[in-house]
Ligand binder design. Structure first.
Ligand SMILES: *[C@@H]1O[C@H](CO)[C@@H](O)[C@H](O)[C@H]1NC(C)=O
Ligand SMILES: *[C@@H]1O[C@H](CO)[C@@H](O)[C@H](O)[C@H]1NC(C)=O
Ligand SMILES: *[C@@H]1O[C@H](CO)[C@@H](O)[C@H](O)[C@H]1NC(C)=O
Length: 226
């Protein structure tokens, strides 16, 4: 009655339905009315200038996974859980509409516990994470708004060119000159690719703090090395 082939086909169907659009790097948010700028709540937005590819190892794309990867490249969860800024939201064109950031991570300056407090005081790199997982584009890709900030005296504004600088620093830490990175017993091998045409270049006038950007989005593919 139940041939092995039939069972296999059923399993495949269930798996395909479960995985949705998994198996692609990401879907351009603008194809379904989304944007590569998030909503900072003041009429401006921050560029989603780094994408962690949906083709990365699945464990990297979970909340715990991205936190561990962030630690491997020098970031921690926010200083003792203190949020210094309001959450921002983004529409990734996946059918979920505007969704608040999943998580915000700050550079830890080599000390996973106190480092982020230091970052809050002296400024540093930070990023917000949004997940593309709505039914219209269920890629699992993570879209990051990365920036380099002034210190707390400057009210956490972004340094001039802070979006491009933040993106390049994060990508350089992740790629690590072609070497692996690791934290908590997990080792990562990351490759980067620059994509133009997703974000406009320039963009003064609607990018937060009127900071011009070069329009490059860096796509990172993060593989766990076993
Ligand atoms: C984001 O979070 C804020 C504060 O918790 C809340 O007021 C707002 O409604 C949320 N926005 C979205 C789009 O969920
Ligand atoms: C999609 O991602 C959001 C944000 O990380 C999460 O809260 C939600 O549970 C996810 N939805 C599904 C269907 O996995
Ligand atoms: C991406 O562009 C930035 C800025 O021009 C550059 O520094 C970086 O090396 C580029 N990365 C790749 C992988 O091409």
């Amino acid at each position: 009655m139940f041939s092995p082939v039939l069972i296999l086909l059923c399993l495949q169907g269930v798996l395909a339905a479960y995985l949705g659009e998994r198996g692609v790097a990401f879907v351009d948010p603008t194809t379904n009315g989304g944007s590569l700028l998030d909503n900072a709540g003041d009429g401006f937005g921050e560029p989603l200038n780094v994408i962690i590819s949906g083709l990365s190892s699945p464990d990297v794309l979970t909340d715990d996974g991205i936190i561990n990867f962030a630690r491997a490249i020098g970031f921690s969860k926010e200083c003792l859980g203190i949020h210094l800024g309001a959450p921002q939201s983004a529409n990734l064109g996946d059918g979920n509409g505007f969704v608040n950031q999943t998580i915000e991570l700050r550079e830890d300056f080599g000390n996973a516990l106190l480092g982020t407090c230091l970052e809050s005081l002296i400024g540093g790199n930070h990023f917000r994470v949004y997940r593309q997982n709505g039914t219209l584009a269920d890629t699992g890709a993570l879209f990051l708004a990365v920036s380099k900030e002034e210190d707390i005296e400057e009210q956490h504004t972004i340094v001039p060119d802070g979006y491009d600088i933040g993106r390049d620093l994060l990508a350089a830490n992740a790629v690590n000159d072609g070497s692996t990175t690791s934290f908590g017993g997990v080792t990562y091998y990351t490759t980067a690719e620059n994509i133009t045409g997703l974000l406009p270049a320039g963009a003064a006038g609607y990018v937060e703090f009127n900071i011009a950007i070069d329009g490059i989005v860096t796509l990172l593919t993060v593989m766990i090395v076993v």
